[in-house]
Write a protein that binds this ligand. Structure first.
Ligand SMILES: *Cc1c(COP(=O)(O)O)cnc(C)c1O
Length: 399
């Protein structure tokens, strides 16, 4: 195949990090790319296509409804807009100015992260809950259930919860409390697939909305995602994503929107800049089917084999101890862990930079550089690139 980047003078990188957006996401299977190319050759009513994809997402996840987004962050934005505006077209038109609408979104302070801009941009104000004191070393407390109970009031639009195995409080307990108080819980589950069970788990735990990335390990287009959840909230999200440049009398609502009882059609919503194309919808659905069809243990062993090849190639690397981290039951990709006990974090950082700036550019996971560690991820490597990673690392460390 010709190199599509050559015309722009751009060389591909060797991605031993993972499906990060800044590294262009993951690799799509040829079947997914082919489905997208075919989708580009016909026009459809996007609302009808979204509706059909959403019905399938609902069936696969156990949620009442679903839709395809252009990423998990877009899902969070649309979800927040849905929680604030509901099915009131005037409120949709007013966003991001949420004056008079409940617009506070509660978040455990420990879970705050830079993706919260996605909800703030529709007019939500984030209210921190709890004071995690893990950093000080004093104790082990995080946000607690009673602190959420105390923080909910008439201005609360939602609770935003970032799904992590160690997240506190427990999602099911928080969702039960939130349901009692009539507050939806929106879950950021961007990187939570695999494990496959998570497609159902957060909904089963009581989440009102869950946002996943499609462009990470699901293998969909980089700019795709999934939003699933309560029917009324998905209806609102759909209405705020599409333009409605039609008269109300000429509008044919897709099946999911038929019972929305709208007073009129909203204008272009706050979600319109996050539109999703037919190619992304078809690509994401194709990728998700392939992802669910593959045996998770086989997928993991494929990744593990690549890690083993890198670990074997790096055996004896001066100053480094090499281990593999990850278990097959977790389903998420294992990683090669390179420990450099005699090097300072700054020296390890400099090594990472040399790998990145050399040729070919090798990108590694730098998230543990403060512990003088480099992590190598297998999921975005192309056939044979393990050897390139090994050769570049050897050259930088030994030479
Ligand atoms: C990747 C990620 C996102 C953003 O997902 P996109 O699909 O790139 O929009 C949001 N939250 C978390 C925790 C993530 O890991």
């Amino acid at each position: 195949m010709t190199n599509p980047f050559a015309a722009l003078g751009v060389a591909p990188i060797v991605n031993a990090c993972g499906p990060m957006t800044r590294l262009s996401g993951g690799l799509m299977r040829p079947e997914v790319a082919a489905a997208m190319a075919a989708a580009a050759q016909a026009c459809v009513d996007v609302a009808v296509l979204q509706d059909a994809a959403g019905a399938k997402l609902a069936a696969l996840s156990g949620a009442e409804a679903g839709m395809v987004t252009c990423g998990a962050a877009a899902g969070l934005m649309l979800g927040a807009a849905a929680c604030i505006a509901g099915l009131d077209p005037a409120a949709m038109n007013a966003l991001p100015f949420a004056k008079g609408l409940p617009n506070e979104i509660l978040m455990a302070k420990s879970q705050r992260n830079f993706y919260d801009h996605a909800v703030r941009q529709v007019g939500a104000r984030i209210v921190d809950v709890g004071l995690p004191d893990r950093y000080s070393g004093a104790g082990s407390r995080d946000a607690e259930l009673w602190e959420f109970a105390a923080a909910i009031n008439e201005r609360t639009a939602a609770i935003l919860y970032v799904a992590q195995p160690e997240a506190e409080p427990d999602l099911a307990e928080l969702a039960a409390l939130a349901a009692e108080r009539g507050v939806p819980v929106l879950v950021d589950a961007a990187a939570a697939l695999p494990p496959v069970a998570n497609l159902r788990a957060f909904i089963a735990a009581g989440a009102a909305l869950v946002a996943f990335s499609g462009g990470k390990l699901v293998g969909g287009p980089q700019a795709s995602g999934i939003l699933i959840g309560r029917r009324r909230l998905i209806q609102s999200a759909l209405l705020q994503q599409l333009d409605h440049d039609v008269g109300f009398a000429q509008w044919t609502p897709p099946p999911l929107l038929r019972d929305a009882a709208l007073a009129g059609l909203p204008h272009h919503g706050v979600g319109r800049p996050a539109k999703v194309g037919k190619e992304q919808i078809v690509g994401l659905m194709t990728a998700l089917e392939l992802f669910l069809a593959e045996n998770p243990a086989e997928r993991w062993r494929r990744w593990h084999a690549r890690c083993l090849r890198m670990a074997e190639g790096l055996a004896g690397l001066p100053g480094a101890s090499i281990t593999l981290r990850g278990r097959v039951e977790q389903e998420a990709p294992p990683v090669v862990v390179l420990d450099f006990p005699a090097r300072t974090p700054a020296e390890v950082g400099a090594l990472i930079k040399r790998l990145q700036d050399g040729s070919p550019s090798v990108r590694v996971n730098a998230s543990e550089r403060r512990q003088s560690r480099i992590l190598l991820g297998p999921a975005c490597l192309r056939a044979g690139e393990e050897a390139t990673v090994v050769a570049r690392l050897r050259a930088e460390v030994e030479g």
